[in-house]
Design a protein around this ligand. Structure first.
Ligand SMILES: *Cc1c(COP(=O)(O)O)cnc(C)c1O
Length: 392
C-alpha cells in the first residue's frame, strides 16, 4: 500500500492533506517522494524556525539524546533549567512552566489567571476574556477561549467562564472589569489563524493600562507570533507591552514539541507544588533544541527577519491580484483577488509551499531563509496571484 492510501485508511480524517508526501529537506528546501523540490514558505506552520535539519540544532539534539532523552519532573535536568533561565533573561519574566504544545501553554496560562484571581478576590472572579476571531488551541478549554463559533458547535458544552469581545472593544472589557468579574485577558498581538490580523496599538496599550489598574492578568498568546517570528523576540515587544503571562510553543524548539508559559512578577508564585504538571513537559531533548534556537535569536537575526519581511511587503504591495498585505516580520498575510486556496495550490505546483489563514495566503518561512530562495518564492507567489483564475 502506498503512503497516501495507508494514511487515508488508518489516520483519523481530521486533515485535508495536499497530495504530496514530503520525505526530506534542508533549510528552506523540501523534497517530495518524486524528488520534486519546494521552497518552504510555511515552515510547518511556523515551527521549523531555522529550517529543516539545521546543523547546530541537530547537534544539540544528538548530544542530548546520547545523555538522557527523558527524566520525570521528579528530578532536575540541565537543558530544562538552562532554557528557563534564557527565557526569563530575554523577557524579564520570572518563572516558566513547560508543556508540549500551544494549547497546553494556554491551559497553564488560564489556570494561572483563575488561581491568581481566586486566591486574591474569591471564586466569583473567574471570567477569561478573549478576542473574537482568535485561536488558542483545540482542547475543550482552549476552544472555549477561541473566539470563533464554528470551532465550538460540535463539542458542547465547553469549559464555562469565557467571553470573547471584538478586538478594539475596550469599553465592554472595562465594564466587566469594574464589575469585578475578570480574572484575565488572553490575546494574540497578531491573530494568526484568524487571518494575520494585528491588533491596534491603541487597543493593546489601552487594554494593558486597564488590566494593570484593575489587577487583571494580561496574557499574550505568542504561540505563533513568538520566538522571533515578527522581527521581535516576542510580538508584545513590538507594542511596548509588559504582559503578566506569555504562552508560546510552535517555533520555540525549532521542530520538536515544546510549550512554555512565562509568568511575570504578579503571577510568579501563583502555581505552587501540585497545582500543575506534565509528564513530557520540559523534556530534555526538546529543551536542548530550544536552547539552540533561542540562543541564536539575537539582534542581528531579528534585524534580518525585519529586513526580509519588509522586502516581501514591498514586493507584494500593489502587485496584480494582491489587494493587501498584513502582518509583521516573517508572519505575513496576503489578501488575494483569487481564492487563497487556489493560489496555494498553484504555488505548490510551481514548487513553493504556502499556507492559508481564513481568506488570506499566509507566509511563515524559516527565520533564516536564504535571500535567493525568498526571492524565488516571492516571484512564484506573485505570478500565481496575477494569473487569471483557471476553471476547475
Ligand atoms: C497554533 C496555535 C495554538 C495551538 O497550538 P498547538 O501546539 O496546536 O496546541 C494556540 N494559539 C495560537 C495563537 C496558535 O497559533
Amino acid at each position: 500500500m502506498d503512503i497516501q492510501s495507508m494514511d487515508k485508511e488508518y489516520i483519523a480524517g481530521t486533515y485535508n492533506r495536499f497530495p504530496i508526501t514530503i520525505v526530506s529537506g534542508k533549510g528552506s528546501l523540501v523534497y517530495d517522494e518524486t524528488g520534486k523540490e519546494y521552497v518552504d514558505m510555511g515552515s510547518g506552520i511556523g515551527v521549523t524556525s531555522f529550517g529543516i535539519a539545521d546543523e547546530a540544532w541537530q547537534q544539540a539534539i544528538i548530544h542530548q539524546i546520547g545523555q538522557v532523552q527523558h527524566m520525570s519532573n521528579l528530578y532536575y535536568t540541565q537543558p530544562c533549567a538552562q532554557l528557563a533561565k534564557l527565557l526569563c533573561e530575554k523577557t524579564g519574566m520570572k518563572k516558566v512552566f513547560f508543556s508540549n504544545s500551544g494549547a497546553e501553554a494556554n491551559e497553564c496560562a488560564i489556570k494561572a489567571a483563575r488561581k491568581y484571581a481566586c486566591d486574591k478576590y474569591g471564586p466569583q472572579r473567574h471570567l477569561i476574556v478573549t478576542l473574537k476571531n482568535s485561536f488558542h488551541g483545540r482542547t475543550l478549554t482552549t476552544l472555549a477561549a477561541t473566539g470563533q463559533d464554528h470551532y465550538h458547535e460540535l463539542f458542547q458544552p465547553l469549559t464555562p467562564g469565557f467571553l470573547s469581545v471584538d478586538a478594539g472593544d475596550l469599553e465592554t472589557i472595562r465594564y466587566l472589569a469594574t464589575q469585578g468579574k475578570i480574572a484575565g485577558v488572553l490575546m494574540e498581538c497578531i491573530q494568526g489563524e484568524g487571518g494575520v490580523l494585528p491588533v491596534s496599538r491603541e487597543f493593546a496599550q489601552g487594554l494593558a493600562e486597564l488590566c494593570a489598574k484593575e489587577d487583571i492578568l494580561l496574557m499574550v498568546d505568542e504561540v505563533q507570533t513568538g520566538n522571533g517570528r515578527t522581527g521581535a523576540l516576542y510580538a508584545y515587544m513590538n507594542y511596548g507591552l509588559k504582559p503578566d503571562v506569555v504562552s508560546t510553543a510552535k517555533g520555540l524548539a525549532g521542530g520538536l514539541p515544546l510549550g512554555a508559559t512565562l509568568l511575570g512578577e504578579k503571577a510568579e508564585k501563583v502555581l505552587g507544588f501540585g497545582d500543575h504538571g506534565s509528564t513530557f513537559g520540559g523534556n530534555p531533548v526538546s529543551c536542548a533544541a530550544a536552547v539552540s534556537i533561542l540562543s541564536r535569536l539575537d539582534d542581528a537575526l531579528l534585524a534580518q527577519v525585519r529586513e526580509k519581511g519588509d522586502w516581501l511587503k514591498e514586493a507584494f504591495s500593489g502587485a496584480p491580484g494582491i489587494e493587501a498585505v498584513t502582518g509583521m516580520g516573517l508572519m505575513l498575510g496576503l489578501k488575494t483577488t483569487k481564492p487563497a486556496a487556489q493560489v496555494v495550490k498553484d504555488c505548490m505546483e510551481q514548487g513553493v509551499l504556502c499556507l492559508t489563514a481564513k481568506d488570506k495566503v499566509r507566509l511563515l518561512p524559516a527565520l533564516n531563509i536564504p535571500w535567493e530562495q525568498l526571492q524565488r518564492a516571492a516571484q512564484v507567489i506573485k505570478a500565481a496571484c496575477a494569473a487569471p483564475n483557471q476553471a476547475v
